[in-house]
Design a binder for this molecule. Structure first.
Ligand SMILES: [Cu+2]
Length: 292
């Protein structure tokens, strides 16, 4: 029995070690266990909600387990304690129902407000269609017709091959870089329409504060407004097949003027080229908000 226990704890340690040595962890703070406040108003609000709920849980946990500990210690058998025989207490049941209901309402109220704000994609200044594929992302700037596929960066892809003989530590941002990042303008409300061309994927950039399933035949929408230019990374967050771990997301937020230049350059490069075929294209057009 003891051996089994030791074996299990060894597996536990091995699993924990594996979890913390995942390639993705290299670029982040190893012991940053809390969620990120992110870089948008929404992500900050989500973070605040998370902290409020966390502290409510901590207080409840301390009270409940504290009371349990005190009861077990003070009223133990060796002190001659005998269990009281009662089956019902109206007052206790009423109080212990009303208090949790009030706590739940106090958490649900602000959470619902944030959820409603997150769902409000009106007044977006631009729309980008995101399509998940096994195992890459397709991006299409709906208003300008620019589209491209974003896949795992070549150096990471070469290194990850079985028997490549290449050292992952020598690759900068191993498994976290892409060949073509998604570029969006800063200080602009960007709407995303998210779908998939084969199986279910999920588009997730933690710094934006949300994660959205990409489902074939269904268009989900989301939005973001990032104030500060920068590079924000994410991953596919829905197990989608053997290379699920190899379809990172990179969002590059550029100042507005720089973004316009970039977009114009892409339009030039795209002219005459076949647009990226997206299975979801007809549906996406329907889902676009009516103009005017
Ligand atoms: Cu995936």
């Amino acid at each position: 029995m003891k051996q089994i226990g030791m074996g299990l704890s060894r597996i536990g340690i091995a699993t924990a070690a594996m979890a913390f040595s995942l390639p993705g962890m290299a670029a982040v703070d190893r012991w940053k266990l809390n969620m990120t406040p992110g870089v948008t108003d929404v992500s900050q609000q989500v973070y605040d909600l998370h902290m409020i709920v966390l502290w409510i849980c901590v207080v409840i946990g301390v009270l409940v387990f504290g009371a349990m500990g005190v009861a077990m210690f003070r009223f133990r058998k060796s002190r001659g304690a005998i269990a009281e025989k009662w089956a019902h207490n109206d007052k206790a049941e009423l109080v212990l129902t009303i208090i949790p209901v009030l706590i739940l309402i106090s958490m649900a109220w602000p959470a619902t407000k944030v959820l409603i704000e997150m769902a409000d994609t009106r007044d977006a200044e631009m729309t980008i269609e995101v399509t998940g594929y096994q195992w890459k992302w397709g991006y299409r700037y709906v208003d300008s017709g620019v589209s491209f596929i974003s896949s795992l960066a070549r150096d990471s892809d070469d290194t990850r091959q079985l028997g490549s003989g290449l050292d992952p530590h020598s690759v900068k941002n191993y498994l976290l870089d892409v060949d073509r990042p998604l570029v969006i303008p800063a200080d602009t409300k960007v709407r995303f329409v998210i779908t998939a061309g084969d199986v279910i994927h999920s588009w997730w950039v933690p710094a934006l504060g949300w994660k959205q399933d990409a489902i074939p035949g269904i268009i989900n929408d989301q939005w973001t407004l990032v104030k500060e230019p920068g590079i924000y990374r994410g991953q596919c967050a829905e197990l989608c097949g053997k290379d699920h771990g190899f379809m990172p997301i990179v969002v590059e937020v550029k100042p507005k003027a720089e973004f316009e230049q970039w977009l114009a350059a892409q339009q030039g490069a795209n002219a005459g080229a076949e647009p990226v075929a997206t299975l979801a294209e007809p549906v996406a057009a329907e889902a676009a908000p009516s103009q005017g």
